[in-house]
Design a protein around this ligand. Structure first.
Ligand SMILES: NC(=O)C1=CN([C@@H]2O[C@H](COP(=O)(O)OP(=O)(O)OC[C@H]3O[C@@H](n4cnc5c(N)ncnc54)[C@H](O)[C@@H]3O)[C@@H](O)[C@H]2O)C=CC1
Ligand SMILES: O=C(O)[C@H]1O[C@H](OP(=O)(O)OP(=O)(O)OC[C@H]2O[C@@H](n3ccc(=O)[nH]c3=O)[C@H](O)[C@@H]2O)[C@H](O)[C@@H](O)[C@@H]1O
Length: 444
């Protein structure tokens, strides 16, 4: 099939590349000319394991192309995917300006019948708006061209994006037209050959809702466990044992119940807010959804509070080593990363920070902690420890899992670790002579 993907970010680039990998002819479009030029030179704007090689292979095979010119490529395609951002608006709702701009451009440029697929995460009712926008543009041109609007939300995770796309747990297709559903089924059929995944079809509104509910459910599991962790600490229980104790019940399961420094990223925070906002627009106060967000906001600072409790309110003259800046491992994405909040809190109290992250330091310098005084970026995790009071772990990168404890002791002013992702355990830290603070268990 000939496919155009509009928006070449995490989702657009990964989806486009994976569709190309299955033999489709794909053009990825973006308004960011610099990004498109770099992609043509083989420079991938994001860090995503496995993506670079796949992009290169398909670009060389000419199954994958990059362009800023939508009109030129719309002419040749059967399916156009919208994969632009839907950032959080001022009132917490999803801002649809990029999606509707693309819809307008599609209406202004399409020349033959088209399936328009919304892959961006959008609130219920957006497909209707996309349909109306395309129709309006066609009417202005005084042409009548048939088109269908499909909702096909994306469930990939950053860091696992290729695996998630190539071997999905499920693909959700929301369409009100049987023939269109069939075409979408054919497009995804190669991803289902192992038989483990499911292609689920439903109406458009239910598909739009499914995406928000999936993210809100996962965020709820995390906030629930973080709340449990804070209670465990007060009552003298160990949340790590409690996690295993409840996860073994197959009705609960082990995934997404790891306590830590709260969830970040580009999606959970904005999607939880947007679901709350959608409910409010329909006169419903979604208390549980609001609580998920409130618990997460507090959780991001739990580890900073432990540092303050140990060292006092005024941290002037103290330096702390931060291991991990990205919102989770295997990505350079720092959107809503707990590290931003912890670092600002500590620096606000006079501390200095020595930070190390395997991939996200350029993001921190360029955007999220840009121009902030008091941070030194280090070339290695051990360099960050030099003259620091303690190490604070905020992202569970694999390279942090089994550190050289002798090196930690040699470089830190005292053997002390604040573990914001519960990567270590009391026994391990006691044996190595560390003062150890974690989430959801009294410190040793
Ligand atoms: N990042 C993720 O892991 C996931 C994101 N999503 C959803 O997918 C959507 C896209 O997210 P990301 O890929 O992370 O966004 P992103 O911000 O990485 O990429 C969006 C791209 O769209 C481009 N763009 C904006 N307006 C355009 C236009 N008129 N024409 C062409 N290109 C345009 C931007 O220049 C940018 O490159 C969002 O709704 C997000 O919630 C869904 C699942 C996973
Ligand atoms: O809509 C999206 O954009 C995506 O959002 C999440 O993916 P992502 O944000 O990439 O990352 P996750 O692996 O879900 O982690 C999100 C956050 O939760 C935290 N987390 C995760 C799991 C856990 O048990 N505990 C926990 O604190 C992580 O550290 C991270 O900060 C979903 O997992 C994807 O299915 C979805 O497509």
């Amino acid at each position: 099939m000939n496919i155009t993907v509009i928006g070449t970010g995490y989702v657009g680039l990964v989806s486009g590349t994976c569709f190309a990998e299955m033999g489709n002819k794909v053009t990825c479009i973006d308004v960011d000319a610099n990004k498109i030029e770099k992609l043509k030179e083989g420079v991938i704007p994001i860090f995503e394991p496995g993506l670079e090689a796949m992009v290169k292979r398909n670009y060389e095979n000419k199954t994958l192309r990059f362009s800023t010119n939508l009109s030129e490529h719309l002419d040749k395609c059967d399916i156009a995917f919208i994969a632009v951002g839907t950032p959080m608006g001022d009132d917490g709702s999803a801002d649809l300006k990029y999606v509707l701009q693309v819809a307008k451009e599609i209406g202004e440029n399409m020349s033959h019948p088209l399936i328009v697929v919304d892959k961006s995460t959008v609130p219920v009712g957006t497909a209707d708006k996309v349909r109306a926008t395309i129709k309006e543009a066609l009417e202005k041109r005084k042409v009548d061209i048939a088109f269908e609007v499909v909702s096909n939300p994306e469930f990939l995770k950053e860091g696992d994006a290729i695996k998630d796309f190539m071997k999905p747990d499920r693909v959700v297709i929301g369409s009100d037209d049987a023939e269109t559903t069939e075409k979408m089924r054919n497009l995804y059929a190669p991803f289902f050959r192992s038989g483990s995944a499911r292609l689920i079809t439903m109406d458009v509104r239910s598909a739009e809702m499914t995406k928000y509910v999936a993210n809100a459910m996962l965020a709820t599991k995390i906030s629930f466990m973080n709340e449990v962790a804070n209670i465990c600490e007060l009552v003298g229980a160990d949340v790590n044992d409690v996690r295993i104790g409840i996860g073994s019940d197959s009705r609960i399961g082990y995934s997404f119940i790891y306590p830590g420094s709260g969830y970040g990223g580009s999606c959970f925070p904005k999607d939880v807010k947007a679901l709350h906002r959608t409910a409010a627009e329909h006169g419903y106060d979604a208390n549980l959804v609001a609580a998920v967000e409130a618990v997460n906001d507090k959780q991001k600072l739990v580890i900073a509070k432990k540092v303050i409790k140990r060292f006092g309110e005024d941290l002037t003259g103290k330096t702390f080593a931060i291991w991990g800046l990205s919102f989770k491992p295997d990505t350079d994405d720092m959107r809503e990363a707990p590290a931003i909040y912890v670092i600002k809190e500590l620096i606000g109290r006079g501390a200095k920070i020595k930070a190390y992250d395997p991939k996200a330091m350029h993001e921190a310098k360029a955007f999220y902690l840009k121009g902030m005084d008091g941070i030194t970026y280090c070339n290695s995790k051990y360099e960050a420890l030099i003259d620091s009071e303690a190490m604070i772990l905020l992202t569970d990168w694999k390279e942090f899992r089994i550190p050289d404890f002798e090196e930690l002791k040699a470089q830190l002013k005292q053997p002390m670790v604040f573990d914001g992702r519960n990567q270590y355990n009391d026994k391990m830290m006691r044996e190595n002579g560390f003062e150890y603070f974690q989430i959801g268990k009294k410190s040793i």
